[in-house]
Design a protein. Sequence first.
Length: 91
Amino acid sequence: MLGIGIIAWIIIGGLAGWIASKIMKTDAQQGIILNIVVGVIGGLLGGFLLKIFGVDVEGAGWIFSFVTCLIGACILLFLVKLVTGRGRTRV
């Protein structure tokens, strides 16, 4: 069962990372591997933030997990753009 969980994390993380990169307009800079990494790290970040606010993320289901990954991935991409300064247009 552990293998199915890891595969599910990769699939949900990849999909969430890809959609987040479309929302944050960073898709041209990322490939499939980076989308998966962003989605999985976004899931960890989103889960951590939801736990801080007292939301039970343990047994919430697939849709909630996807939304958590998506929101966390968007936050992660926003922070990366903020730190690297790639979100600004230069004159």
